[in-house]
Design a protein around this ligand. Structure first.
Ligand code: GCO
Length: 452
């Protein structure tokens, strides 16, 4: 049971969730720095001010990755660390941090996969209207150029952004993530349109300024529905649920991926949103629709669907007692079969699972170790399904476990532990959990060591 030769085995993190050093070395504030200051926004009033102190401890973290044996690391860059005001003056110390990080990763023979934007939007740009501002895509392109000019002699794998569905929907619609806005539909769709334009311009910028041949994609939420049975009608219904827009929000696949990968907004979405749909200028769709080298999917859970009346998708709730993670997300391993399979068939791009993992209630046991058998079983089950999808013909190139280490889980603060490495936030001691040793064997055997 081996994955294809050259399969990428990685771990993923994001700048605000691990770096800390929130007000150091000239870094500008991001909307997450300010969002955390407001009482009630984050569990127990926590913040990413210190987080895992990765900004200072990155050599140790790279050493741990080396021991686990990962061949790739997905990280993100803090926009306001590089450009404190979001545009204009570059912060040399901030840029130098990423410079050192990339050098040391390469020295450790770990390939960096860089996400340009994983939600820590510069506060200064937010004050100028953020994603609602028609110039926002130019700001993102300017930032992209600065980073690409500096790092692209060594970085060859880029993701423009992480989960537009989340930072727009949670951040600008539900108000549970930074910047905490609750926009109406028309404004919400305008932020989404500017985000899509930003993606397109960033892809153009990467290709124009990269100093070496590169792979460009993004990491999107893979919203997955799995069929209740193997009957063709259920399979078709689940696929239909994955690729339709049924709610007046942006929590779906096609409102994002169709413009990026097919060059047009989905018809059902346009009909549903009606007059709230964004005004599209003449060249917009061509800017958004850039050739990509891969599609990154973050997949954690999904819902089960069967064919209801006239074959229409009908969601079946998980049965009572169905396994859940500490986040209360259902454990649905088949999402790592149907997700990549359906996305590959629709968009025909190589797929990376850019995030998958689980929140657990991990602590240090009396023997000084951290035992996380649920995580091992969870990953085992999900990887078996991914393997099946790959065997059935989906072009799956790699898998990034979320996350290398426990970290700041946004509105949930440090309550949820997603890491393969335990972090003691009072001492900053790192302890690899049992799952880290398990993953080491998985990687060393290119997958043969799991499924037992
Ligand atoms: C996300 C983010 C991560 C989260 C992880 C667990 O994809 O939601 O990329 O930052 O921490 O997904 O919720």
């Amino acid at each position: 049971m081996n994955f294809p030769k050259g399969f990428v085995w990685g771990v993923a993190t994001a700048s605000y969730q691990i770096e800390g050093a929130a007000r150091e070395d000239g870094k500008g504030l991001s909307i997450w720095d300010t969002f955390c200051l407001k009482e009630g926004n984050i569990w127990n009033g926590q913040s990413g001010d210190i987080a895992c102190d990765h900004y200072h401890r990155y050599p140790e973290d790279i050493e741990i990755m080396k021991q686990i044996g990962v061949n790739a690391y997905r990280l993100s860059i803090s926009w306001s660390r590089v450009l404190p005001n979001g545009t204009g003056k570059v912060n040399p110390k901030g840029m130098a941090f990423y410079d050192r990080l990339i050098d040391q990763l390469l020295e450790a023979k770990i390939t960096p996969y860089v996400t340009l934007f994983h939600w820590d939007y510069p506060e200064e740009l937010y004050c100028r209207g953020g994603w609602l501002n028609p110039d926002s895509s130019d700001w993102f392109a300017e930032y992209t150029k600065v980073v690409v000019e500096k790092l692209s002699d060594r970085v060859k794998n880029w993701m423009t952004m992480n989960e537009p569905q989340v930072f727009i929907n949670h951040g600008h619609h539900h108000g549970t993530h930074a910047p905490g806005l609750k926009l109406g539909t028309a404004q919400l769709l305008r932020t989404a349109h500017n985000t899509l334009l930003s993606h397109g311009k960033a892809v153009q910028t990467i290709r124009a300024y990269s100093k070496s041949a590169c792979n460009v994609g993004l990491a999107a939420v893979g919203v997955v529905f799995t069929p209740a049975t193997d009957k063709p009608a259920d399979i078709a219904a689940a696929r239909q649920a994955m690729f339709s827009v049924t709610n007046k929000d942006v929590w779906n696949n096609t409102w994002w991926m169709d413009p990026m990968l097919v060059g047009k907004y989905p018809e059902d979405g346009l009909a549903l949103f009606g007059a709230d749909a964004p005004a599209i200028r003449e060249k917009d769709m061509a800017i958004i629709h850039q050739p990509l080298d891969f599609l990154g999917l973050n997949i954690y859970y999904g819902q089960t669907v069967r064919a209801g009346k006239e074959g229409q998708p009908e969601i079946i709730p998980d049965p009572v007692g169905h396994p859940i993670t500490f986040y209360h997300w259902g454990v649905n391993p088949q999402t790592l079969y149907w997700g990549p399979k359906n996305f590959f068939e629709r968009y025909k791009l190589p797929i990376y699972i850019t995030e998958n993992g689980m929140a657990n209630v991990d602590w240090v046991a009396l023997d000084g170790k951290v035992h996380d058998p649920q995580r091992i079983d969870f990953l085992n089950r999900y990887l078996l399904q991914l393997f099946k999808a790959s065997k059935d013909g989906a072009d799956i190139r790699g898998y990034f476990q979320w996350s290398l280490m426990d970290n700041f889980e946004w509105a949930s603060g440090y309550r949820e532990r997603f890491g393969m490495v335990y972090v003691d936030y009072t001492t900053q001691q790192r302890i690899p959990k049992d799952s880290a040793y398990w993953y080491k064997d998985v990687i060393a055997s290119n997958g043969a060591a799991f499924g037992k």
